[in-house]
Design a binder for this molecule. Structure first.
Ligand SMILES: [Zn+2]
Length: 396
């Protein structure tokens, strides 16, 4: 072969190999546009158009399943079919998805995403109830308390964890447990239920000090969970140790504690906003622990049943069920040799950019059919709170 032919052959080979490598690289990693366009400047909620033919709810229950994506949900449906249980998911009028984000783009942590959902403004990792410029953002519980609503938080995680804290505190350091506990004690939350964790580690206050801080506002319930005689004058708290509230076998479990919060909040004629959080999907998925996912899903479904039953009995209660992000990249993979057994596969021990479910039931639910980003949830929740009562035209 002539020399010039040899060299052009080499050039062609080099170009082809480069192209193959380039295609493989772009296949495994994609770049996403800058997130700055996604920053919500906290537009006035009074300017949000609510769905016209829907009504204003009296009460709002927000249920966040931390770390739960659509694949976790698939697992709930798969295991449910095996056991022949009726599906709680069918009860929701609205089933959609949202794009859980921080200001960095389509990846987020619980603090940033829960802040978006609680306040209507996108923020950065680790920020609780604050925008990226450290401005304090009003959360839905604060707006509600100002409108004579009672408010409650129930979590199977620790009470100062990112998600509950986004609904009760304002701080840029998610690890400053002492300050978050003090802010919760200074908040107007009426019932607080959850755990304490890592006591005494990394400047986290010991149990005694944590309880002393919470006692500034709350009457602490003992293990019997007996409420004080005159409930209306007492903000109450039920505080547990790390991992004491886990699955349905825990005593008490998330379902029972949610029932307690609903009972407490229903003793008043005033409307209420209640946050229920299950941390189980996130905790299990960071460990790629499929068995714990299934148990956590049972707890979530049982608690949702309770909440939906309450909404149906009352007829005036909106239930919004969603997640702050997906964790684990979970998938249930068919194995045709051993069908119908499914293989559970994980792609990471971290959070993913997967879109997550948002389901709604009750008056006002129609507004959640048009959600695209996590912070829009906060905007619509706030808009529903301040909407004139005349919107409530056809409540059952
Ligand atoms: Zn997580």
């Amino acid at each position: 072969m002539q020399n010039w032919k040899k060299s052009s052959l080499v050039t062609v080979i080099v170009i082809v190999v480069t192209l193959i490598i380039a295609v493989q690289l772009t296949d495994s990693s994609i770049s996403v546009p800058s997130s700055s366009i996604d920053y919500s400047p906290g537009e006035p909620v009074s300017q949000i158009d609510l769905v016209q033919n829907d009504s204003k709810p009296k009460n709002i229950i927000i249920f966040i399943a931390d770390g739960m994506g659509f694949s976790h949900l698939s697992l709930a449906l798969l295991t449910q079919q095996e056991e022949g249980q009726p599906s709680v998911w069918q009860e929701f009028d609205i089933k959609g998805w949202h794009d859980a984000r921080s200001v960095y783009g389509p990846l987020t942590d619980s603090e940033a995403s829960a802040t978006a959902m609680a306040t209507g403004t996108s923020t950065q990792f680790g920020h609780i109830g604050m925008d990226p410029d450290q401005n304090v953002l009003q959360n839905i519980m604060e707006l509600a308390a100002g409108q004579n609503y009672n408010t409650g938080i129930v979590t199977d995680s620790y009470v100062w964890d990112g998600t509950p804290a986004a609904f009760s505190a304002h701080i840029r350091n998610e690890d400053d447990a002492r300050t978050i506990l003090n802010q919760i004690a200074d908040s107007q939350i009426d019932i607080l239920i959850g755990e304490l964790e890592d006591l005494g580690e990394n400047d986290i206050p010991e149990k005694e000090e944590s309880l002393e801080i919470l006692k500034k506002r709350f009457t602490l319930l003992d293990k019997t969970l007996k409420l004080p005689e005159d409930i209306s004058t007492h903000p109450v708290a039920a505080i547990y140790e790390e991992d004491e509230i886990q699955d349905l076998n825990s005593s008490p479990n998330l379902t029972q504690l949610t029932e307690l919060a609903l009972y407490y909040l229903s003793t008043s004629q005033d409307p209420f906003v209640l946050l229920v959080e299950s941390e189980e999907m996130d905790a299990a998925s960071h460990d790629n622990d499929s068995k714990r996912v299934v148990k956590g899903l049972q707890s979530i479904q049982e608690t949702l049943s309770t909440v939906l039953e309450y909404s149906k009995d009352q007829g005036e209660t909106l239930v919004v069920f969603s997640a702050d992000h997906e964790t684990g990249g979970l998938s249930a993979v068919a194995d045709y040799d051993s069908y119908p057994d499914m293989q559970i596969r994980w792609s990471t021990k971290e959070h993913t950019a997967a879109v997550v479910p948002i389901f709604a039931h009750g008056p006002g639910a129609g507004n959640f059919a048009r959600i695209h980003r996590n912070w829009e949830i906060g905007i619509i929740l706030k808009a529903l709170l301040i909407a004139p009562d005349s919107v409530a035209s056809h409540q059952k």
